[in-house]
Write a protein that binds this ligand. Sequence first.
Ligand code: FDA
Length: 292
Amino acid sequence: MLPAVPRPVVRRLSSRYIAGPSLDDAVRVVRRLNEAGKLATVDVLGEEVSTADEAAGIAHAYHEVLARIDRDGLDANVSVKLTGLGLELEEGLCRANLLSVVEDAARRGNFVRIDMEDSSTTDRTLALYRGLRAEGHANVGAVVQAYLRRSLGDLPGLDNVRLCKGIYVESPAIAYREYETVRVNFVRCLEALLEQGSYVAVATHDEQLIRRALQLVHAAGLPRDRYEFQMLLGVRPERADSLAAEGHRVRVYVPYGTHWYEYSLRRLQENPKVAGYVAADTFGRLLGRAGR
Ligand code: FDA
């Protein structure tokens, strides 16, 4: 039902998930996170680019983010979406944009995480990641989605991985659909990544998975700089605080920008309370209008 919800309502409901429209908004949020002992990864919203100029604009925005992180001494890296950098326009263009961001980050001693999008992009995304690593770009990381049946097989050779459940709508032929099965595969992937010595970012708000991850990193005797937890801005911030207070590295995903719609829909879709919010908000508006 979400796409039928008017944009202003989506915007209001999802404001907690997005830092704001400008880089200054993102910087303010990152500074606050840093002061509270948490790290950040900054995402420039914009996955619907349709021209090379727009893709170059997103790459340019990432250069500005990296420069600002440097200038302000923030503890943050960046997360990029390859469609935003032009993957659906031309792969060479996307690669050039990605490389420019990765090289800029490397010059500044920073790091670039390549988000994983829907399954039509998985092969190309992993190929670009592997290509960059093979060329010696060590400051780049991948994302693996536990809901994909293929994921366990993708892990060998992935040195730096954010492990998440996955959010796109995929066919049962390629993706697990049942909640418990996704959890089981998440744990399997996590075990395999720890076994192969990868740096793992455990990206979940699922308490059961957080606890299992804590057990696994403890059992493996991993030092605290060999893994991290990641959460999304606006989701379970108190749990992020408690993990940070226990001394774990915790990184919060901080999206900003004017292209907020697609990202907001995905977050609202996952919010267990959203049906209630949407009903209340939509009916509230309708009643308000009827009453005028
Ligand atoms: P689950 O959805 O079961 O949530 C567990 C609990 O967390 C819920 O019961 C609820 O309490 C709370 N919660 C979760 N989402 C909420 C929300 N929006 N609002 C309020 N409460 C909420 N996916 C992808 O396909 N590609 C990617 O690159 C990334 N990147 C990424 C980075 C980071 C840092 C995170 C944390 C997540 C991603 N994801 C992602 C999204 C991920 O795949 C997944 O869709 C969400 O994290 C939700 O799954 P959970 O593991 O949190 O479990």
